[in-house]
Design a protein around this ligand. Structure first.
Ligand SMILES: [Zn+2]
Ligand SMILES: [Zn+2]
Length: 414
């Protein structure tokens, strides 16, 4: 009997560990200074070792998550004598930052908070060499902000270890169980994507701002799809973060190095082609079936289009999703889990008090259901993503619980 309990315990640990938890601190693109692009990811179960994936917003996103009681699930033993929940998480549970490029909407939160971070960890701030050089010369130089690095303008405060990585080389991230591998991509300035791996050889692929290959007739994205195609085939790539700054009607001449649903769909088609190439007997309609694309960096509209931008984007994805990718619209402050076990994306289901105006009490727009895009924010909260019947995230937590309980029960019966 003891061996069965050991087996059950092992299985439960496996289920709990093999995935990434992600806390979005910012899901819009620049204009919205309260919700700039930022995501914090950790191996699920290793909640004292988060890495920032861009950091346009840090503190405000974490505070929002805390106010909705989401953050408390991922806090390690907080020293309440000396720290707030957010302060503790910020200083002790975030162990590193990846910044895709130097634009302010991806780095503002990191800069503003940097001088108050905990220097004990010597946290790496990881990017490509050009971006790191700009940080040292133009941002953390005591003119724009105090020098929190170990080199540069005197005196260095020695809080952050600015780390320039060579393209395509996998390196471990200090004080975490993660590794990171950068890949140069096309934008208006030197920019990198990050392939992050956990100890179970599971990956997530994060893009900051990004231009489609078709715009300049290059094969930059194609090479990344070739790199990750075996991971997609083996169900090791749990999610791809891609930006949809604009909707499809935006002319190419005004994209300024950004993506739209049309170009994301085209790039997913290219990824599918690469997976098919290395998977005998497969076809484009099935090879990306389990893949989650997290849609980020959505620029708010300044002109009144009378439709929520996320509703427009979701309908454009849904209309041409020939490869069957799951497009997910994260909500600022609401954690989600990317896992290789079905359902592949589990959204935290804790509920915040809502008003009848379709906004949460914290002022955030309700999430858009990608599987029923006509249900706009105006019908929230009764038809939000949390209640949409077909979305994979609607009851992921309870399904996972039922699976775990079912397996446990069966093993005990054997
Ligand atoms: Zn940019
Ligand atoms: Zn940006």
């Amino acid at each position: 009997m003891q061996s069965y309990f050991a087996l059950v315990t092992f299985y439960l640990i496996l289920l709990a560990s093999t995935s990434f938890v992600v806390i979005p601190t910012g899901t819009d693109g620049g204009l919205n200074e309260g919700n700039l692009s930022g995501f914090f990811a950790a191996e699920n179960g290793s909640h004292d070792a988060f890495i920032g994936l861009d950091a346009g917003n840090v503190f405000t996103g974490l505070a929002l998550s805390d106010s909705k009681t989401f953050l408390s699930k991922y806090l390690s033993a907080v020293d309440h004598q000396n720290y707030t929940n957010v302060g503790w998480f910020f200083r002790n549970q975030i162990k590193a930052y990846f910044v895709s490029h130097s634009h302010l909407d991806h780095v503002a939160g990191l800069v503003i908070n940097s001088a108050d971070d905990d220097k004990f960890w010597k946290k790496p701030v990881i990017s490509n060499p050009t971006t790191i050089s700009k940080f040292i010369s133009f941002i953390w130089n005591w003119d724009t902000w105090p020098n929190v690095g170990f080199t540069g303008t005197f005196p260095p405060l020695e809080i952050y270890n600015f780390t320039a990585l060579t393209d395509g080389v996998e390196v471990p991230i200090a004080n975490t169980s993660l590794t990171i591998e950068l890949h140069n991509i096309t934008h208006t300035v030197p920019t990198s994507a990050a392939l992050v791996k956990n100890r179970y050889d599971e990956y997530l692929l994060f893009f900051g701002d990004c231009e489609a290959d078709a715009i300049k007739n290059v094969t930059v994205m194609r090479k990344i799809w070739q790199r990750v195609a075996p991971l997609v085939r083996d169900k090791k790539l749990l999610g791809i973060f891609l930006e949809a700054s604009f909707e499809n009607s935006r002319p190419d001449s005004l994209l300024f190095g950004h993506l739209t649903p049309r170009y994301i769909i085209q790039e997913m088609y290219h990824l599918g082609e690469e997976v098919v190439t290395i998977t005998p007997g497969s076809n484009l309609s099935s090879v990306l079936k389990d893949l989650t694309v997290v849609v980020t960096h959505i620029k708010p509209l300044v002109r009144n289009a009378f439709t929520d931008i996320r509703v427009t984007l979701a309908s454009q994805f849904a209309a041409n999703n020939t490869v069957g990718v799951k497009y997910y619209f994260p909500e600022q402050g609401r954690p989600f889990i990317l896992t290789s076990a079905s359902p592949f994306l589990i959204e935290d289901q804790a509920t915040a008090p809502t008003t009848t105006s379709g906004q949460t009490s914290a002022g955030n727009t309700c999430p858009v259901c990608v599987t029923c895009p006509t249900q706009s924010a105006t019908t929230c909260p009764t038809q939000s993503a949390t209640t949409c019947p077909a979305t994979t995230s609607s009851n992921g937590g309870s399904i996972a619980s039922v699976i775990i309980l079912g397996i446990t029960f069966l093993l005990l019966l054997i």
